[in-house]
Design a binder for this molecule. Structure first.
Ligand SMILES: N[C@@H](CCC(=O)N[C@@H](CS)C(=O)NCC(=O)O)C(=O)O
Length: 219
């Protein structure tokens, strides 16, 4: 059985878990928390900076959420792949996966890191820069989603696995403007998808630890 190292409240762990649930793959969850220091030690060896999720399948170790999803497509589960088999079609799936990781999750992670820093060392420019970056991403994504149900290729796939956690947390911390109706509707569709509803539910016990929790509403 594959092992997944991660934490139930971590956005990139969600991304891998959503693919596991979509493809109905059995797995053992290797919790990264103070009660399991051996798991953190393993991840520190596996990944360059100890980031997660990490998948271990026998002797094979796969790091990076997108690579984990592509590995599952090839080796586990019988559902349609999260990255289309045709490389021409796969371009849009990978493009949109990167858009959510790089232009939604990355600025949000920057903001989280900024507020976790001790007050005297905080950079006062981060909030404005993050908000400006997210405003651009939200406007672009709202236009992109205007005529779409899912983010790429008219089918649920890797881009939606990335979008679920990215848009869940981003809207919680920096709510989408009311006028972005297509983006709001897409987030609602993502939250209603059973695989995504499941990761959201599993993460409920840790909600109070979200450092940006006071700004908006998660649901
Ligand atoms: N590019 C990585 C990003 C992974 C990532 O940022 N993981 C976060 C958890 S959501 C993490 O490991 N945070 C702990 C740390 O940075 O030390 C991926 O796609 O897997």
């Amino acid at each position: 059985m594959v092992k997944i190292f991660g934490h139930p409240f971590s956005s990139f762990t969600w991304k891998a878990l959503i693919a596991l649930y979509e493809r109905d793959v059995a797995f053992e969850f290797m919790m990264l928390d103070p009660a399991h220091p051996e798991n953190a030690e393993a991840v520190a060896r596996f990944a360059p900076t100890g980031q997660f999720p990490v998948l271990v399948d026998g002797k094979r170790v796969v790091i990076e959420s997108a690579a984990v999803i592509e590995y599952l497509d090839l080796h586990h589960g019988s559902a349609p792949p999260m990255v289309p088999a045709d490389p021409r079609t796969a371009i849009e799936a990978r493009q949109m996966d990167s858009v959510f990781d790089d232009y939604v999750m990355a600025p949000l992670q920057r903001m989280v890191a900024a507020v976790l820093r001790e007050e005297a060392k905080r950079d006062p420019h981060v909030e404005g820069e993050v908000k400006a970056a997210l405003d651009k991403s939200y406007a672009w994504l709202n236009a992109w989603m205007a005529a779409r149900t899912w983010a790429a290729n008219d089918a649920f796939g890797i881009a939606d696995c990335a979008a679920g956690p990215a848009l869940f947390y981003a809207h919680w911390a920096f709510p989408f403007p009311e006028i972005h109706t297509a983006l709001r509707a897409y987030r609602a569709r993502l939250l209603a998808r059973p695989s995504i509803a499941r990761v959201i539910d599993e993460a409920r016990p840790w909600r109070e630890y979200f450092p940006l929790k006071g700004r908006g509403s998660p649901d």
